[in-house]
Design a protein around this ligand. Structure first.
Ligand code: HEC
Ligand code: HEC
Length: 510
């Protein structure tokens, strides 16, 4: 596999789990009660009170979020807390065991830890930032990445200089912040927000193609869409005076890097696939990472309100059910996979103890405070409908997530994801993923329903572009592309308009 980026993505793991948690009968008169359970790892954040085992509509968790770190703000500089974070991990390692230091170190890791994975060649990022700034945006911001006010212009938040090199060439690897941090539609930056503005597919296509298209704008190795998308940017870049000089300097560094296949080649068909990924989605088991041979498209999931061990127990969740295929049984397993798929140069240094600050920080993340005014009566009406129309039968967890894996037949959404990891009949993943020790679930989880006020893409493949469309009040579009169908989950469509409006108001309150 091409070693050029180790787009340290995630890890799915297994989850054959179809265990249905014990459930009480739904009772719409109880819709306003809190479901359950105590805190997640830290005393610093508020979680729902412990109460009942009855199926009641989930509610927004009581605020405020953590008192130790500022995780949502209009002010990017304030949120980054650069001064107080930059030494936190050193203090933690030196024995400061306060919760504040732990979480500050975790937050630093969230933004800057590369896990020694191999990333994008640094000279390439520098070159593109110089010559493609007008088209790709300062710090690649037109792809939805957020410039780092404290860093180099070619390294947006979410790309961090890695210790792993290609030959002698420095690389920049993805950190959690590229995909799980961003600016929400209401203007606030938030840690844990699924950055669906990040157009991973275009970013990928924009990394190497301009170099070859500058040499031959009609290069038949590129699909027509890519050629026409880059026609003007390439022409503008070439018109700058030192373009070819800097181009050859960069080329020399890349070749001098000692890696003959330092540039991944994408076939026309592969480019075609990538071209169709909506922003905020990706097939991460695909070039330039290891390829499982099936096309699946995953939307980034927000990281707010991960349930604690006590909550999982109270709700009879079999394990952490992380990722769309409910694969990773724990955040720890997830991170192990991230390190492995990212081809970390020091994989053995990454273990439970090393992950601890980051994990604790992630468990502390809460949905940002609700800013818009609520129509309380509508919200209550919606909460009651959430129970009476059976939503809660599947969305039974502390934030409305499922507490088990669902078959695709039950939900009716695009089923390409069933074959993620290209498993055998026993659910053992194919090829190099066999080492991950996962068992594929052949199913899908229902995600946490929280932060919907600021959510712009829905369903696991991200093809449904609004809550209205999910409720069939707007057209969902009808892509024929494999893995990108927007069908299914008709439960939200087979309702009256009044019911839909009430349910949508309720969902936006979560
Ligand atoms: C390049 C984008 C990208 C990066 C970088 C990334 N993620 Fe993700 N993350 C995703 C996508 C896409 C999904 C959904 C994948 C799926 O389930 O198929 C996801 C899912 C997750 C989930 C599962 C959430 C749930 O409720 O099921 C967790 C946890 C997670 N990521 C944590 C992390 C952490 C921690 C990091 C940094 C070490 C990280 N991610 C880096 C894109 C990314
Ligand atoms: C049979 C189980 C089931 C029932 C019943 C059900 N859902 Fe879902 N729901 C799911 C699953 C599974 C998903 C994820 C589907 C996907 O991503 O393709 C989902 C997704 C969603 C989403 C999108 C979340 C996101 O981030 O993309 C919303 C909103 C939602 N459901 C609301 C409802 C409401 C409201 C009802 C009742 C009218 C309902 N659901 C009934 C299982 C169910």
């Amino acid at each position: 596999m091409p070693r050029i980026f180790a787009f340290s993505i995630l890890i799915l793991a297994l989850g054959a789990c179809s265990s249905r948690g014990p459930r009480a009968s739904a009772d719409k008169t109880q819709a306003s009660e809190q479901p359950a359970a105590p805190s997640s790892g830290g005393q610093d954040t508020a979680t729902p009170e412990e109460t009942t085992t009855q199926l009641v509509a989930p509610r927004r968790w009581p605020g405020p979020a953590t008192q130790y770190t500022l995780d949502a703000s209009q002010d990017l500089g304030a949120l980054l807390e650069y001064e107080s974070l930059q030494d936190a991990c050193a203090q933690y390692k030196a024995g400061d065991d306060s919760r504040q230091t732990l979480l500050r170190c975790g937050k630093w890791m969230f933004f800057f830890e590369h896990f020694d994975t191999i990333g994008v060649p640094m000279p390439l990022l520098q070159f593109l930032e110089s010559y493609y700034r007008d088209s790709f945006g300062p710090s690649f911001s037109n792809f939805g990445l957020i410039p780092n006010p404290y860093g180099e212009p070619w390294l947006p938040l979410g790309l961090s200089k890695s210790s792993a090199t290609i030959g002698s060439m420095e690389t920049a690897a993805f950190t959690c912040a590229s995909c799980h941090f961003g600016q929400m539609p209401d203007g606030r930056y938030s840690v844990g927000y699924a950055n669906v503005q990040f157009d991973y597919g275009r970013f990928l296509l924009g990394l190497f193609s301009p170099l070859f298209l500058a040499i031959n704008p009609d290069d038949p190795n590129y699909i027509p869409q890519v050629r026409s998308w880059l026609e003007e940017p390439v022409a503008n870049a070439k018109a700058q005076s030192d373009y070819w000089l800097d181009f050859s300097m960069m080329g020399l560094q890349m070749l001098g890097g000692g890696e003959s296949n330092a540039m991944p080649t994408l076939t026309l068909e592969e480019q075609e696939r990538i071209w169709h990924w909506p922003p905020g989605t990706m097939d991460f088991l695909f070039k330039p990472l290891a390829d499982d041979g099936v096309h699946t498209v995953s939307r980034i999931i927000s990281l707010w309100n991960l349930p604690s061990a006590q909550q999982r127990q109270a709700y009879a969740m079999p394990h952490e059910l992380l990722s769309w295929s409910a694969a990773a049984e724990s955040l720890n397993a997830f991170l192990d996979g991230f390190v492995m798929i990212g081809q970390s140069a020091h994989a053995d240094a990454w273990n439970e103890a090393a992950y601890k600050p980051l994990k604790e920080y992630i468990y502390s993340l809460r949905t940002p405070e609700l800013l818009s005014d609520l129509d309380e009566a509508k919200v209550e009406e919606g909460a009651a409908l959430f129970v009476s129309t059976g939503c809660v039968d599947c969305h039974a967890g502390p934030s409305g997530e499922g507490i088990r894996v669902f078959d695709f037949e039950e939900v009716g959404t695009d089923e390409a994801m069933r074959w993620i990891y290209n498993p055998n009949e026993e659910g053992e993943p194919c090829c190099e993923f066999a080492d991950l020790n996962f068992t594929v679930s052949f199913g899908l989880k229902a995600p946490r329903l929280t932060g919907i006020e600021n959510q712009e893409r829905f369903l696991h493949n991200g093809t449904v572009e609004s809550l209205e469309a999910l409720f069939c009040m707007q057209n969902r579009g009808d892509s024929e592309v494999d893995a990108l169908k927007s069908d299914g989950h008709w439960m939200t469509c087979d309702l009256s308009v009044a019911q839909k409006r009430a349910l949508m108001a309720y969902l936006r309150s979560l």
